[in-house]
Each structure stands twice: as structure tokens, then as C-alpha cells.
Write a protein of this length. Structure first.
Length: 364
């Protein structure tokens, strides 16, 4: 015996009632509606009210790192220890009321460190000037989430929720989905892998919710409905994040060991200056920067002034950094270092450089 009611189908077998839900599509549809309504809710009002003071800080140096955390977790103390900039630190909350920039000099690179005001629960809705803080965080290359080790996991979960709600995805890669709206032809759906979380019908329902009726969709990996919605919206930011637990001198060794073993986590104590060197090493790893040294013909390499580039940069990137017209006059380059089979090796513009390589460029 079976009968239909609401969104589920009820089956009575051997006097037991079970629900065969039509939930897969409904959940996907509800997620799409929720994401759309949340975006509308978080959009700033377009009223003619005067705008408040922003945190616009000119981007400088080779990379930008944003310090995010609740009030009184040690962000200002950390900035003062790592840079020559003095940020006011006190035992009361909201000591820092605006964005204070500093510069970390490490391995020849200048890393801009931004001490942002503490954010509170509801920051995504604008509480405690949370909008300005999160807007600056979106421009950073790496986020350092400063947490109080004495308060367990509560702060981390709340901060992750606030950043997720405004489209910042921490330690996640961009979904490998090709999506292109079209003017006609309906919805073309394909996948190169077996999909366990999405189906063609669910994809169509989500697209219809966003008033998209003509598009080309290709799944190159098994993604969830949430990840597909992120691709449709298109304004998500994917960035690495280091979870830094401060005040470890106030908790037990067992708790320190547990926190240190968590993924993407570093434990420190700003008060006792513990483990700060290891934090800098991890930060350099997450920034994925490369130092390249230059050499003039017949002279020794200049190890005092490195060119800082992103990991995976080519000889062409080095040329553009030195001078914008150098690539057009390029003949060949001689490279010494781990990126070559022998030193020196004659290479072209497409050769990928590695950390601490030395390059000599020869023009036409």
C-alpha cells in the first residue's frame, strides 16, 4: 500500500511506515533559494545615507596578509612583534578601531600585514563595522585567523561561518566546473566523472531558480550543489588561511598538542614570544612566493636585492618585473639553480623559475 503526501512518498510494508523522500531535488532547490536570498539580505542598502569611514589601505609590498579575529585575541600584539609598526594593545576589547598596516621583512620579501579591528558575531550583516573588515580581507593573499587558545573551538566556527556567508572560502580550491550562460539552445549538461552529489535534473532546477534557461555546464569533478551555486554566483574568493592559536602559555600541554595537530593550524604565544619563527615559515609556504636573483654579464649575482614573484612564474614574468619593454627585446636567458638540468642553462621566455634561481638576461 502506498500513498502520496507533501513532498514525500509513504510506503507501508509489514505494518512499518518508511519515507522515500523526493528530497534530493528539493534540498538542492532550497539551497539555491537560500543562497539567493542571503545575497539579497547582505547587499548594502542603496539609500542616500552618508557612508562611514572605510579601511582603504593602499596595497604595497610583495603580498598582503590580513589578521582577522575576535576582540582581544592578540592581533595588535602580534603586529607589534612581527613589524616595526606599533599598534595599541590593551586588555579591553576594541582597542583597534581602524586598519593598521605593517610590513614583515622575510627572505628578502616585504609582506604587508594588516591589523584589522576585532569582528563579532553578525559581522556579515554589518555589526561592529564587520562589512569593512571583511571587505579588506577579500583583498588579501592569505588570511591569518587569530584565535584564543583558552576558548576552544567556538571562535573558529563562528568566524568561518561569518566569512562563508559573504563568499570567502578558506583553504578550498575553486570547483572544476565549466559554466557559460548562452542566449539560446537550452541547458547543455555534461560530466567527465561519475556524479554522486548532483544530477542533471538538480542542475536544471538550480539554474531555473537563478532565471538561467540557456547555459553550457560541464562537471570535471564530483561537486556538491553548494559548489555549483558558488560557480553560478561567480563572486566567491578562494584563499588560504592559517589558524593561529594564541595564548598557549595559559593551557595544558595536551591541549597545545591537540591544537597544533589540527590542519592549517599553528600555536603561538605573543606574550612569551613562542613559536613565532615557525609561524613565519608556514606563512611563507602559504603565500607561495619565489625569490629570483639577477646577474649581469661578467659579474657576481646580486643577492642583496631579490625579485619576488608568485610560485610558477616564468622568465617572461621576470622580464616584465624588471622593465615592461624587456620581453620584446629578449633573446635568451642563462639560469642557475634548481629549475635547470645543468648550470648555467640557456632558456626561453616560457621557462618556469624556482626559489633562489639566478638569471642573466641577454637582449637582441
Amino acid at each position: 500500500l502506498s500513498f502520496q503526501k507533501g513532498i514525500g512518498r509513504f510506503l507501508i510494508t509489514d505494518c512499518r511506515v518508511s519515507v522515500v523522500p523526493a528530497t534530493e531535488y528539493h534540498l538542492g532547490l532550497l539551497k539555491a533559494k537560500l543562497a539567493k536570498y542571503r545575497a539579497q539580505l547582505l547587499e548594502p542598502s542603496k539609500s542616500s545615507a552618508a557612508k562611514g569611514e572605510g579601511f582603504d589601505v593602499m596595497k604595497s609590498g610583495d603580498a598582503r596578509v590580513a589578521l582577522i579575529g575576535f576582540p582581544s585575541v592578540g592581533k595588535s600584539t602580534f603586529l607589534s612583534l612581527m613589524t616595526s609598526t606599533a599598534s595599541e594593545a590593551a586588555s579591553y576589547e576594541f582597542t583597534t578601531l581602524t586598519c593598521i598596516p605593517g610590513v614583515i621583512e622575510y627572505k628578502g620579501a616585504n609582506i604587508q600585514l594588516l591589523d584589522l579591528p576585532g569582528i563579532i558575531e553578525g559581522a556579515a550583516q554589518g555589526k561592529g563595522r564587520g562589512r569593512q573588515v571583511i571587505a579588506v580581507a577579500r583583498t588579501a593573499d592569505v588570511v591569518i585567523m587569530m584565535l584564543d587558545a583558552t576558548k576552544g573551538e567556538v571562535q573558529r566556527a563562528l568566524l568561518e561561518k561569518e566569512l562563508e556567508s559573504v563568499g570567502i572560502r578558506l583553504n578550498k580550491s575553486k570547483p572544476n566546473i565549466y559554466f557559460k550562460p548562452k542566449k539560446g539552445g537550452g541547458i547543455s549538461f555534461n560530466s567527465t566523472v561519475t556524479l554522486t552529489q548532483c544530477s542533471e535534473k538538480l542542475v536544471q532546477l538550480i539554474l531555473h531558480e537563478y532565471k538561467i534557461f540557456n547555459a553550457e555546464v560541464l562537471f570535471r569533478e564530483d561537486c556538491s550543489p553548494d559548489e555549483f551555486i558558488d560557480v553560478i554566483v561567480g563572486n566567491r574568493v578562494y584563499m588560504p588561511c592559517l589558524y593561529v592559536y594564541n595564548k598557549i602559555d595559559q593551557i595544558s600541554m595536551e591541549e597545545v598538542d591537540r591544537l597544533a595537530r589540527r590542519p592549517h593550524s599553528v600555536v603561538i604565544s605573543c606574550g612569551m614570544k613562542l613559536n613565532l619563527d615557525y609561524l613565519l615559515e608556514k606563512l611563507w609556504e602559504y603565500l607561495a612566493l619565489t625569490c629570483i636573483y639577477t646577474k649581469k654579464r661578467g659579474q657576481r649575482p646580486d643577492f642583496t636585492d631579490a625579485i619576488i614573484l608568485r610560485k610558477g612564474a616564468s622568465v617572461e614574468h621576470v622580464c616584465h618585473r624588471i622593465h615592461r619593454s624587456l620581453a620584446s627585446q629578449f633573446k635568451y636567458a642563462l639560469v642557475w639553480g634548481t629549475s635547470t638540468k645543468y648550470s648555467p642553462q640557456r632558456v626561453g621566455l616560457t621557462h618556469v623559475m624556482e626559489h633562489e634561481d639566478v638569471i642573466q638576461i641577454v637582449k637582441k
